[in-house]
Write a protein that binds this ligand. Structure first.
Ligand code: ADP
Length: 162
């Protein structure tokens, strides 16, 4: 059984993430979407909120598991004996940081195989950080995130402005 780990901060999950997941789903028997909580980024959503949004966004996809982990991606992968690490690429700058990370992961865990899927052009400009920025200033992010996530973003901003 070929399992891929798709790690990220998913703050929040976007249509770009989902596109990578759907396409990855055709290549692997199972994908584990793993929310990593140890980034230096200050998240807008809590771990529970992000996990919930991921779960609600993948209900129509088979063979997707959702998990979270505090620690290194390679440690998670070693723990469950997974070899394939799925990531998406949008730009040259993504390539540079992903190349560095893939090399570092290989050094720490030689069995790891990083697999990259190029973004679909309609999602090339979508990033969680831009979504957060736009919503903060009441811009529309409709079509860039699943409808459930859109509602959660609107609620979150209303709560922050109260
Ligand atoms: P991280 O903090 O690890 O970069 P993200 O949640 O921002 O976590 O992204 C997780 C993965 O999804 C990364 O490989 C990123 O390049 C990819 N990704 C994010 N947005 C898109 C998109 N619009 N198209 C393709 N891949 C994407």
């Amino acid at each position: 059984m070929k399992t891929a780990v798709y790690p990220g901060s998913f703050d929040p999950i976007t249509c770009g993430h989902l596109d990578i997941l759907k396409r990855g789903n055709e290549m692997f028997d199972q994908i584990k979407v793993v929310l990593f909580t140890n980034t230096s980024k200050k998240p807008l959503f809590t771990i529970e909120e992000r996990m919930d949004m991921i779960r609600q966004s993948v209900t129509d996809l088979a063979n997707i598991e959702v998990d979270c982990y505090e620690g290194l991606v390679v440690d998670y992968m070693k723990k469950y004996n997974h070899r394939f690490l799925l990531r998406g690429l949008r730009s040259i700058s993504d390539f540079e940081s992903e190349f560095q990370m893939a090399s570092m992961n290989k050094k720490m865990y030689p069995e790891v195989e990083s697999v990259f899927l190029m973004t679909s052009h309609e999602h090339a400009y979508v990033s969680s950080s831009l979504i957060r920025e736009i919503i903060r200033f009441n811009g529309s992010v409709q079509g860039m995130v699943p409808e459930y996530v859109h509602q959660k973003l609107v609620e979150k901003i209303k709560g922050m402005n109260r």
